[in-house]
Design a protein around this ligand. Structure first.
Ligand SMILES: Cc1ncc(COP(=O)(O)O)c(C=O)c1O
Length: 464
């Protein structure tokens, strides 16, 4: 690095530190009740929150209500909500069709552990959208991907699975591997290690999960050859969405399917995040590659907890005949099924997707303009209702590229949006915005305006 470049970097560092400190101070000042609740909560809630993802800097935001495209915090500040409950609020908040379906079902009983007719309607619609004929339900993305992994192993009688470095599939043992490893733990890029992503998981289980690099077909071919007749299948997010947004290169998904099938192994698309958000039939339909199994959750239930696992007739026959017991007290819960039916038939409609597409284009163009005008080293990536700003000059094609992106810019951007009345998901460069069916142009313009304010403060010299 030249002396000049190193001085530029130091100046950019100092500027960034200063704007983060100033914005964090404003953030805390605007939220005294949240601050008090955060302290009080620590007495009886571990870490003062209900999920460790809610522990965010400078402090967790406590919400009181959501309506339409907005949420309000306990201090009375209103936000355009593009956090969307980590991608689960494609319906927006208190959507009339969801509220009606839930209220009606609540009057008729919220739990039976016996199937209700809505389950048939939901499975039929999922089959139509995603092209896989047979479905079952669960309650969270974690349960769905756990069932998918079990099922791949049960059918093939093999123990090993392949997972992509940087993909997240929930918090069960087999997939808590190389989710967000740092450089030392990750191993060489051409042969990534299986790095544990959580404590409490036996090494013996972690070792059953082999790691591949996204967009690298050769790496998967090598793993299949080195472990002939031992690999049950592969699970991946077909568009990576726990590392910003990373898209598959042309031919990658089809190539994976071909490779895996050649070795009698199965392919699972984890569409928990992408599912209804990138389009009505997920990446599966957009890319026209039919996997053996699909997992869905998040936005599927219109904000109510639900998940689904879809499979080919042959695979799901193994469930039907008891070869694999796919069970759960709350699977197909009537409240969840009523909300999901409403989501699929009344909320995630073709008109809703058209509106989202208009807003996607508006957000992407507006933010990219502000990037260009202020000389920021960054670019916008979108996929349907989802989008993010990647603070790097180069397109990111896999987790190693993502590791190199400077997270401080994402945090600073998040703070500017928050203080300016737009709630993006916390966790900086990892997460994306979610445009719901209830957002409008004014909401998106607010996102763009806040971004422009941030860009003026942070530009022109950035990391990357
Ligand atoms: C792609 C993906 N799969 C699975 C999960 C786990 O879902 P849940 O948090 O509902 O267990 C997540 C959660 O973020 C996810 O992003």
């Amino acid at each position: 690095m030249t002396t000049e470049a190193s001085t530029d970097t130091k100046l950019a560092d100092t500027k960034l530190k200063e704007i983060i400190a100033a914005q964090e101070e404003i953030f805390v000042r605007r939220q005294p009740k949240s601050q008090r609740l955060a302290e009080q909560a620590k007495q009886h809630l571990a870490g003062g929150v209900t999920s460790s993802w809610q522990i965010t800097a400078p402090q967790p935001v406590w919400l009181s209500r959501g309506r339409g495209s907005k949420v309000t915090d306990v201090d009375g500040n209103e936000y355009v909500d593009l956090h969307g409950g980590y991608g689960a609020a494609l319906a927006g908040h208190a959507h009339p069709a969801i509220a009606k379906a839930v209220a009606e079902q609540a009057q008729n009983g919220t739990h039976f552990a016996q199937p209700t007719p809505d389950a048939v309607a939901v499975a039929q619609e999922l089959a139509r959208r995603f092209g896989l004929p047979i479905w079952r339900f669960a309650n969270s993305g974690t349960e769905a991907t756990m069932d998918a992994v079990h099922l791949m192993r049960s059918i093939t009688g093999r123990d090993l699975i392949i997972k992509i470095e940087g993909c997240y599939h929930g918090h069960h043992d087999s997939v808590q591997v190389s989710v967000a490893p740092d450089e030392q733990d990750a191993g060489p890029q051409e042969k990534p290690r299986s790095a544990p992503s959580s404590s409490g998981i036996p090494r013996a289980i972690t070792d059953l999960t082999l790691i591949a690099t996204f967009n690298d077909l050769d790496g998967v071919a090598r793993l299949l050859e080195e472990n002939e007749n031992e690999i049950a299948g592969m699970i991946l997010e077909p568009v990576m969405m726990n590392a910003g947004i990373i898209k598959p290169e042309p031919g990658y998904l089809a190539g994976l399917k071909e490779l895996l099938h050649r070795h009698q192994a199965l392919l699972t698309f984890d569409e928990v995040k992408t599912g209804l958000t990138v389009g009505p039939g997920g990446v599966t339909r957009n890319e026209n590659v039919q996997p053996d199994l699909i997992t869905l959750a998040k936005s599927l239930g219109g904000g109510v907890s639900v998940a689904a696992i879809g499979g080919t007739a042959q695979i799901m026959a193994h469930v039907a005949d008891g070869g694999y017991e796919m069970v759960g007290t709350f699977n197909g819960n009537p409240l969840a099924m009523a909300a999901t039916r409403a989501m699929l038939t009344e909320v995630a409609t073709p008109e809703a997707y058209q509106n989202i597409e208009r807003l996607r284009q508006r957000a992407a163009a507006g933010i990219q303009d502000a990037i260009n005008e202020n000389g920021l080293v960054a670019h916008v990536v979108t996929a349907g209702a989802k989008g993010c700003v990647v603070f790097s000059a180069e397109p990111v094609t896999n987790y190693r590229g993502f590791l190199g992106v400077d997270d401080r810019y994402s945090h600073a951007h998040w703070l500017y949006q928050h203080n300016g009345g737009v709630f993006l998901p916390p966790w900086g460069k990892i997460e994306q915005w979610l445009i719901s069916v209830q957002h409008n142009e004014a909401d998106i313009d607010r996102l763009i305006e806040n971004f422009a304010v941030f860009a003026r403060a942070a530009g022109p010299a950035t990391g990357g």
